[in-house]
Design a protein around this ligand. Structure first.
Ligand code: ADP
Length: 356
């Protein structure tokens, strides 16, 4: 059915010596019915990758197959996909029903079949009461649902979403995210969803592809990516606030940071220049003097249930998340930072790759 195979895919804009390569050999096997989120910072190539699957961009190298059929040279309209964009681009003079029906009408689907499919999609998206309205009589969230409805009625093998929630305010975004999850549970259609928002990626993905500068840094479930980031990039991108990363020279159970030799709670995986990672929620602050690392408080942030304490380890900024009911540390005071050995992450300073 709707499995997607992405094999050594490369994208260059332009040609010859002036060509600008923006995708550098991406590989991914996506199972039929999976919900995959492609996440990464602006400009990393997410949309380009999605648009190559859609057929809106030519593939410069490698192969993309949908449902076992290589689609490199197949027209978008023949790929059995439906795409939902950030700007919903509804026809302003058509009703909700007509907007959803339009593609089917063009494809000469019989009238009663069109009505059946639109009614079904409207039911799923709770758009039933609005079918006779024009887009300007709808809220932003309702318009985005119409755009999704237009994709659903086509009954494609694959849904492609290109930052569809970016135009919605935070509350509506969270709500629409839940609706997309429900929709996927109900229809089970293979979905590729592009976003720059790591929270959106974590909440929606069955598996996520983390991209950076045209390369796939990691593919895995949100739990795997969070618990075992493959690179320092992923460690610093997923999680809010992100994982703390401190570079130093490791030698058995000592770690030298900016000339200061610090104890390690467990032996380093090897000696040499390494990066140690610790998430803000896994670090603890104790009164000065105990076993641990000196942590100089620079600033605190009250977030409601919790408080972020930003401080310095040598010259590296380090953030600790503490319960807001605890007394806030004073700016300028030096505390002791502790990290349990099971929560330490190690990376090679040269390659930035995780050390197993
Ligand atoms: P993202 O979706 O992750 O923000 P894009 O896929 O839009 O990133 O872009 C990836 C890179 O490709 C960017 O550096 C962008 O400038 C470049 N790019 C995108 N479209 C074109 C184009 N039509 N011509 C040349 N370069 C492009």
């Amino acid at each position: 059915m709707g499995a997607i195979s992405i094999h050594n895919v490369v994208k260059r804009y332009g040609s010859g010596p002036k060509a600008n390569q923006v995708i550098h050999g991406v590989n991914a096997e996506i199972a039929d019915g999976e919900f995959i989120v492609i996440v990464g910072p602006s400009g990393c190539g997410k949309s380009t990758l999605l648009r190559m699957v859609a057929g809106l961009e030519e593939i410069s190298g490698g192969e993309i197959a949908i449902a076992g059929r290589v689609v490199n040279d197949i027209e978008p309209s023949e790929r059995d996909i439906a795409m939902v964009f950030q700007n919903y681009a509804l026809y302003p003079h058509m009703t909700v029903f007509e907007n959803m029906a339009y593609g089917l009408k063009i494809a000469k689907v019989p009238v009663d079949e069109i009505k059946r499919r639109v009614d079904k999609a409207a039911g799923i998206l709770q758009l039933g009461p609005f079918l006779a309205r024009k887009p300007r009589q709808l809220s932003g969230g309702q318009r985005q649902r119409v755009a999704m409805g237009r994709a659903i009625v086509r009954q494609p093998q694959v849904f492609l979403f290109d930052e569809p929630l970016s135009n919605l305010d935070a509350k509506l975004r969270a709500q629409t995210r839940l609706e997309i999850q429900k929709l996927h549970a109900e229809l089970g259609v293979t979905s590729l969803f592009v976003t720059h928002d790591q929270v959106e990626a974590m909440t929606l993905a069955q598996r996520m592809i983390v991209m950076n500068a045209g390369r796939m840094e990691q593919i895995g479930t949100p739990e795997e990516v969070y618990a075992r980031p493959a690179t320092t990039f992923v460690a610093g991108f997923i999680g809010s606030p992100p994982m703390n990363l401190v570079k130093g020279l490791a030698d058995s159970s000592r770690f030298t940071v900016d000339g200061q030799t610090l104890p390690l709670p467990a032996a380093a995986p090897r000696s040499g220049e390494l990066i140690i990672g610790l998430r803000p929620e896994h670090a603890a602050l104790r009164p000065a003097g105990g076993l641990g690392w000196p942590f100089r408080v620079e600033m605190t942030e009250m977030l409601g249930a919790e408080r972020l304490v930003h401080g310095l380890i040598g010259s590296t900024l380090f953030t600790v998340r503490i319960d807001a009911t605890l007394i806030a540390p004073r700016v300028g005071e030096t505390l002791t930072l502790q990290g349990p050995p099971e929560h330490l992450h190690w990376f090679d300073a040269a390659t930035q790759q995780r050390i197993a």
